[in-house]
Ligand binder design. Structure first.
Ligand SMILES: [Zn+2]
Ligand SMILES: [Zn+2]
Length: 161
């Protein structure tokens, strides 16, 4: 287990380390010393913050002096992309599905609308970053129960009516 840190996975499987409110991604392996994680804003903001994690997942060294505010990220282990048999890709978050719609820009990302927007007048939506790796925002007040999907052997999902 991490001490004070938490590993989370983004919708398409990229692992991040969350530590004291900031997100870090794997930077490089340290010889026999574990792994170095660098702040996600390393490139965009030249942030020098990092965390060293030993091989047994203990944070042994860190520089948490960020030159920016903590990101307002929302990570969910329950988020994943699913492919429907008709070729549509949906984002499933906590059992609900969202589709990209026309790809409306929304505060630094793309807005994905609840799939039941038209049938249930549901206003729930999520905002996914442009690289589709981070959920930036989650509005989860659904007006309905989650849809039921069944995985097929090929990894496709079939909606059950
Ligand atoms: Zn930083
Ligand atoms: Zn909904």
């Amino acid at each position: 287990m991490f001490l004070q840190g938490q590993m989370v996975e983004t919708p398409n499987g990229v692992k991040h380390l969350i530590y004291k409110g900031y997100a870090y991604t794997k930077n490089n392996k340290l010889k026999n010393m574990g792994t170095r994680y660098a702040c996600c804003s390393r490139l965009s903001k030249n942030c020098l913050a990092y965390v060293h994690v030993s091989k047994d997942n203990v944070i042994i060294k860190s520089n948490t002096k960020h030159n920016h505010k903590p990101p307002n990220y929302f990570f969910s282990k329950e988020a994943q992309f699913i492919n429907l048999l008709n070729g549509t890709t949906l984002l499933m978050v906590n059992g609900y599905t969202f589709h990209k719609n026309a790809g409306v820009q929304y505060s630094g990302g793309i807005r994905w609308q609840c799939s039941s927007k038209s049938s249930q007048r549901c206003k729930a939506f999520v905002v996914l970053s442009h690289d589709e790796e981070t959920l930036l925002r989650l509005r989860e007040h659904h007006s309905h129960e989650p849809p039921k999907y069944k995985s097929t052997s090929t990894g496709m999902h079939v909606k059950i009516y």
